[in-house]
Design a protein around this ligand. Structure first.
Ligand SMILES: Nc1nc2c(c(=O)[nH]1)N[C@H]1C(S)=C(S)[C@@H](COP(=O)(O)O)O[C@H]1N2
Ligand SMILES: [Mo]
Length: 444
């Protein structure tokens, strides 16, 4: 393709924000820090997670760039950016989530294969572009089609990036024709993200956005679209991004027994706290995101500050000043909600968040029951620990007293104890006994 080309090395990667947590450098895979993720409802482009399987493609001349639409249709067609720009422009706020989000936590149970992600392989952006349903009409496929006259039932998106998993071939994926041609499904060929021209990392000049579906199907740097009879046979559809039961491992896996994952399940994560936190007794703010796939809104967000014994509801918000109603026209059905709750923490405890979507789907309590060898869709209750700083420990921490000083403090305290007991005229044997007990309890 004259307009778009794929380098075979990483010499020409775009610049990235230094605050991103890099999970792999080549290909570049990075996520924002938890606290950065929930500081705004719309995720800024520079903080939006980046998930790649090869070097980032380069556009030499956007006027020469085109998407070739072919397959089981009457007339194949080359569609240029000017053709895409001419179509009605739609703007959809949609959350994109990598199926591998929260994989690191799943790996702690039993090792899984894949890039390690914390809870931020997810982002919420305002995407603008043409509806795929309108683009497909350009090649004569009517809206809400299930099959083309020549038997096309799936729409395959092919990129140009060079992926190891595809033996140097491009990334590809497909969705059903019925979803692609349904205007209500809001599938976009997007050229803007948050009101700006899409950047290289996120698919410039044109990418697919399939709202409510795992990120893997939103193909970046679109090169061609094929109307096909069966789903795409590419690696990422057939040998990856499938959900297996915990009993399946690398020695007994049969990939063909499972369908490619499409919608993502209900998910949430606390982002204002790390896995383990030292806090002073008192009020803390619990903030995070919740989202479900398939356009299902969030009905409820439950918070527990006693390890799951009792629960309270958090408040949910999409836009300031507008109440969030899970199934209302005024809510963004493809987008996450941010939640917030205040809690009074008096002792060390586990804080848990779990979401319920409008279909009544709830997150599973434990990661064990959904463990799978590829480590996808970890949607288990999100748990974080808070430890109350002991008063004397807090004193030491605030004065920045190191471990050597701490040891000498104990030595002085022990000597003082000896001295007091000695002056109190306790017998030698008793002193030794008391000190022994003291030491044991200290070490214990
Ligand atoms: N061409 C291409 N498209 C791709 C990928 C890729 O590696 N190459 N990664 C997919 C995956 S797994 C995810 S989660 C999303 C990530 O999109 P982002 O980098 O814009 O966040 O893009 C998807 N589309
Ligand atoms: Mo992904």
């Amino acid at each position: 393709m004259p307009g778009l080309r794929a380098p075979s090395d990483y010499a020409q990667e775009p610049p990235r924000h230094p605050a991103l947590v890099v999970n792999s450098k080549e290909p570049f895979n990075a996520e924002p820090r938890r606290s950065d993720l929930v500081s705004s409802y719309v995720t800024p482009v520079e903080f939006f997670y980046k998930r790649n399987h090869g070097p980032i493609p380069i556009v030499d001349d956007v006027d020469k760039y085109s998407v070739y639409i072919t397959g089981l249709i009457g007339n194949p067609k080359e569609v240029f950016m000017k053709d895409i720009w001419k179509l009605p422009k739609y703007t959809v706020t949609a959350t994109l989530q990598c199926a591998g989000n929260r994989r690191t936590a799943m790996s702690r149970i039993r090792k899984v294969k894949g890039v390690g992600w914390d809870v931020a392989a997810i982002g919420n952006a305002v995407w603008s572009g043409a509806k795929l349903a309108d683009v497909l009409e350009l090649v004569g496929i009517p809206k809400c089609s299930h099959v083309t006259p020549s038997g096309g039932k799936h729409v395959e998106f092919v990129s140009i990036d060079k992926c190891k998993e595809e033996n140097g071939g491009p990334y590809k994926a497909s969705i059903q024709l019925s979803q692609a041609t349904n205007p209500e499904a809001d599938v976009l060929l997007a050229y803007e993200m948050n009101g700006e021209t899409l950047n290289r990392d996120h698919g410039y000049p044109l990418r697919v956005i399939v709202p409510g579906v795992i990120g893997a199907r939103s193909v970046k740097w679109l090169d061609s679209i094929n109307i096909i009879a069966d789903e795409c046979q590419g690696f990422f559809m057939q040998k990856d991004y499938k959900m297996f039961p915990p009993s399946v491992d690398w020695d007994n896996i049969n990939w063909s027994t499972r369908r490619p994952q499409m919608d993502f399940p209900v998910q949430c994560a606390i982002c204002s706290l790390d896995d383990v936190n030292m806090v002073k007794p008192g009020k803390i703010t619990i903030k995070g995101y919740a989202v479900s796939g398939g356009g299902r809104g969030i009905e409820r967000l439950d918070i527990s500050i006693d390890g799951g014994k009792t629960w309270v509801e958090a408040s949910k918000l999409q836009k300031p000043g507008i109440p969030y109603i899970s199934d209302s026209e005024s809510s963004d059905k493809w987008a996450w909600v941010l939640f917030e709750a205040e809690a009074d923490i008096r002792q060390s405890t586990e804080i848990i968040a779990k979401a319920v979507d409008i279909a009544g789907n709830v997150q599973p309590e434990n990661v064990e029951v959904i463990w799978n060898l590829r480590g996808i869709l970890n949607t288990s209750w999100h748990r974080v620990h808070v430890r109350i700083e002991e008063m004397w420990l807090a004193l030491f921490m605030e004065n920045e007293i190191g471990p050597e000083r701490l040891l000498s403090f104990f030595a002085v305290a022990l000597t003082l104890c000896y001295l007091i007991l000695f002056l109190a005229d306790t017998s030698r044997l008793q002193i030794d006994e008391i000190m022994f007990c003291l030491l044991i309890s200290l070490l214990g």
